[in-house]
Design a binder for this molecule. Structure first.
Ligand code: 13P
Length: 256
């Protein structure tokens, strides 16, 4: 379980699922099932269209935060279809950047992820920076190099007070949506590799910044995956679409 320096975080990435009504219902169920003092910070990342309705629903409930799944780095202008970090400021607290689906399906590069991260920080929001390796990269023994390079691209040259506002999510691509999570040892090893990079850039922050695990986290696997000291909770996809299972994952973030 996470160090006392860091509060665990469990975030539900709903991806491109749920219309507005469904999103409201799912959020209501999560709200109804959460204890008064959850063992982790809980953040929901619904599709963009549901951020405002969920903001209204959850107003006054400090147990559940909201996040966006993506943003654009320019503040405003002729960028059809995009939404800026500045626009998200009144809707949510967190923005996920660098998810592997964005990198792989939409061609986002480390440089673009960094532009987004800078925009999120400039807007006063908190980035969750996702990093992760493909199966080929893992089998070639390159996991630490790949995620280290992604983490370096995100943190290099950041002002320490801005870097301190970041959370990292280690999401091995081969584990996303496959039902086959990393082992707790692999998750912890990757979190350590990410912290070594942060330590080389911001020595004072390496123990403060949260590193989550994501990739087929389920009610069954969560307790083991969250057990290592290096892992500070999870970024949950499929299991976050079922309130009961998501609540069980949140429960697994409790110290043992
Ligand atoms: P799954 O939990 O569905 O594997 O998705 C993980 C993920 O990509 C969260 O961002």
């Amino acid at each position: 379980m996470t160090s006392p320096l860091r509060r665990p975080l469990v975030a539900g990435n709903w991806k491109m699922n749920t219309g507005v009504e469904e999103a409201l219902e799912l959020a209501r169920q999560v709200q109804a099932g959460l204890p008064d003092r959850p063992p982790a910070e809980v953040v929901l990342l619904p599709p963009l269209i549901s951020l405002w309705p969920l903001r209204q629903l959850l107003r006054g409930d400090d147990r559940i935060g909201l996040g966006a799944q993506n943003c654009y780095w320019e503040r405003s202008g002729a960028f059809t279809g995009e939404v800026s970090a500045a626009m998200l400021r009144s809707l949510c607290d967190y923005v996920l950047v660098g998810h592997s689906e964005r990198r792989q399906l939409f061609g986002e590069t480390d440089d673009q992820v960094r532009l987004k991260l800078d925009a999120v920080l400039a807007s006063g929001l908190r980035p969750i920076v996702a990093v992760g390796e493909t199966l080929d990269q893992r089998q070639a023994g390159r996991t630490d190099d790949v995620i280290g390079a992604q983490a370096r691209a995100a943190f290099q040259g950041l002002e320490p007070d801005l870097a301190a506002r970041c959370t990292v999510a280690y999401e091995p691509i081969w584990a996303i949506g496959t039902g086959r999570s990393a082992s707790p040892e692999d998750a912890a090893g990757a979190a350590d590799a990410i912290r070594r990079v942060i330590d080389s850039l911001h020595p004072a922050l390496a123990r403060q910044i949260r590193v989550l695990y994501g990739g087929s986290v389920s009610a069954e696997s969560a307790a083991d995956l969250f057990a290592p000291e290096a892992v500070d909770g999870g970024l949950v996809g499929g299991a976050s679409l079922r309130a009961g299972e998501f609540l069980a994952v949140v429960g697994a973030a409790a110290p043992v």
